[in-house]
Design a protein around this ligand. Sequence first.
Ligand code: FAD
Ligand code: NAI
Length: 480
Amino acid sequence: MASSADNRFDVIVIGAGPGGYTGAIRAAQLGLRVACVDAWRNEKGGPAPGGTCTNIGCIPSKALLHSSENFENARRHFGDHGIRIDSIAIDLQKMLARKSTVVRQNNEGILYLFKKNRVTFFHGPGRFETDAAGLHRVSVAGAGEGMVLTAPHVVVATGSVARPLPGLAFDEKRVLSNDGALSIAAVPQRLGVIGAGVVGLELGSVWRRLGSEVTLLEALPAFLPAADEQIAREAHKQFTRQGLKIELGIAIESVDSGAEGLRVRYQDSAKKAQQLECDKLIVSIGRLPNTEGLNGEAVGLKLDQRGFIEVDAACRTSIEGIWAIGDVVRGPMLAHKAEEEAVAVAESIAGQHGHVDLETIAWVIYTAPEIAWVGQTEQQLKASGRAYRAGTFPFAANGRARAMGDTAGLVKCLADAQTDRVLGVHAVGPLVSELIAEAVLAMAFRASSEDIARVCHAHPTLSEATREAALAVEGRALNI
Ligand code: FAD
Ligand code: NAI
């Protein structure tokens, strides 16, 4: 911690999630004097930098997804490989403790990186104070009497919070946000999930694998409408086959809590009254930008109608020297999008040219099979009237997928009909979270489907399915 005399910086970053901590490190690498302020507290009240992503998002969810998938594989699939397990049980407390250790390692890793890069870290809520002497001022509660940091540049990276269902507050015991849903102490017999989006599918999968009967209630009539329709259809088929119950086109009417559990009353897609009884309910209906306690009014920070901080394409707010990045601004709420904006802003502050291409931000859903995509979907291309060609390749025809015994899904490549430029790549299947990086690289370099098709891919790998999908654009896939 810095002393109160030591409070003048080139850049103050508010928030140490993937946006804030990455921005602080990049700015420090560029020779700027940087303070990073973050309020997150661990269970002992100490600092826990890393934001939603590290503490109650990306990292703990992936830890539990991996643990629960190991359990599912051991229970259902190891027999296919000739491995007999006569008795198998879950030690949930150990699984949760392992997840917490992974989180702590990441918190400590960020504190180490701050030290290494000479970023001064302040633990506590940061708050804008009125500007003085041409500098922005940020006070930090709990960082010492009257601690006010000053700098010509402030980067706001205060992230987002889970959106509650109107009239139903999270108690994190029965009505759970992603926070409570990552720490359920005993596997619930009946788990309800409102919202079949990314959180609902990932955390619903975790608890289904561990033994819960999981029902997802989704308001929209289509499943995963942001994904390519063909990919969403295949994913829906696989998830329902695994036992996830997914009801689309519903309208929640009420949620009541009683001695026996929770009762969700809703209208189904045929407008018939239905009810779901469950022991726990995850509400995963999106996230809201977080500007609470920031006192943006002191400097005239503008919010849009949905509460996001208004920024231009370069993440500049309307106030000279104040920038905003990550979940608190428009665009996808993804950790790697926040990181990209962070680097671009730090470089712009240092006088370089920072740039983020929102068109090549990939989406990944870490279910099994995984879902990943970058660029435009087939339905978006159709709607825009752009002439395109599509190539698909199923994992059932990929040697590595067969060897793994994991053949559900496909890769799909969409390319411009005239120029052959890759417009989108969509996949559902094993480890497509890793395969999508090749497609992102191709799109970032404005590659054609032929470029991907002409590159030699190691055999046998899952990545050959991407190449085959690119070959299929020209109708010349080799292995199908
Ligand atoms: P955040 O990570 O929310 O960090 C903001 C930080 O600012 C927090 O530490 C907060 O305490 C702090 N803060 C807020 N206000 C103040 C203040 N006034 N003073 C000081 N500090 C303050 N994205 C992916 O890309 N991949 C995934 O696999 C993925 N999985 C997810 C799983 C779940 C369950 C959830 C909920 C989200 C997931 N996300 C994932 C989304 C990802 O977590 C967010 O997009 C990402 O964390 C946004 O980063 P950020 O830096 O903008 O904000
Ligand atoms: P989401 O936007 O992905 O899904 C919310 C779903 O809830 C939507 O399908 C929506 O139609 C539905 N919904 C909204 N109101 C409803 C209502 N009243 N009744 C029933 N359904 C309703 O949001 P989610 O799952 O909460 O996740 C928030 C964000 O966090 C994601 O959009 C994503 O940006 C990020 N995230 C990313 C992950 C990843 O990258 N793998 C994992 C988890 C979260």
